[in-house]
Design a protein around this ligand. Sequence first.
Ligand SMILES: Nc1ncnc2c1ncn2[C@@H]1O[C@H](COP(=O)(O)OP(=O)(O)OP(=O)(O)O)[C@@H](O)[C@H]1O
Length: 257
Amino acid sequence: MLSFKNVTVQFAGLVAINNLSFEVPQGSIYSIIGPNGAGKTTIFNCISRFYTPISGSIFFNGYNLLKLKPHQVIQAGIARSFQNVELFSKMTVLENLLTGLHPVVKKNLFSAALNLPSVRRIEKESWQKAFEVMELLGISHLSNEIVSDLSFGYQKMVDIGRAMMPNPKLILLDEPVAGMNPTETERLSKLIVRLKEELGYTVLLIEHDMSLVMKISDFITVLNFGEKIAEGIPSEIQKNPAVIEAYLGEEVEDVKA
Ligand SMILES: Nc1ncnc2c1ncn2[C@@H]1O[C@H](COP(=O)(O)OP(=O)(O)OP(=O)(O)O)[C@@H](O)[C@H]1O
């Protein structure tokens, strides 16, 4: 579904990712792990078209992603939730979810001003979708709450919900459980599995919580200093000497979790 071929990204001489290739199969949870600064978020920024590689190609469902603009990437079916929750903190949960449709709904100020039936239909469908997403996330009771009043765990749920609004095929989750307590982590872990199993999403996950990664991933790619040092299923990754070596100095025990 998503394929990176020989992708290299450089910043003023620093090679953030080097000649990287990997393939994400449709319907999988695919995790990218590696020590700090390994190049994980750079991968997401290439997919979202915030960064342009100096060489290589990225294809998604037949689209050459490097030819698309950021909003076209969303229209092609790729959604992203961010490492630091980026919501409109003074707006309600419902309003934040509706903003998730912004890149995909065609705007026509004239028809909106006239409140034409087509506009009312889009509005109705948008609300229905928002309530469907809230139901799935178990946050329907929070629809009118102001986002800044919510716990961090719920804010993260809203952030993921916003990414789900345009019915993506691939969702990019950047450290979704960072800063969460164990109950919130468990809730989100179950949600990620449901996204795959019930909604048929493909999930590309960056996460430092190794027990979560090992539990829910179908495939894992391990990066170190921008290079792929291992790739495989969780049980292979856990005992790979190069992976354990890369994490020395970090939390070695975490890799074994
Ligand atoms: N816009 C940028 N300008 C300059 N250097 C950058 C930029 N973005 C990333 N880098 C550098 O590229 C390297 C990879 O960064 P990246 O954020 O992809 O790592 P990461 O694996 O996501 O790290 P972490 O786990 O800490 O989030 C780092 O050395 C980082 O400083």
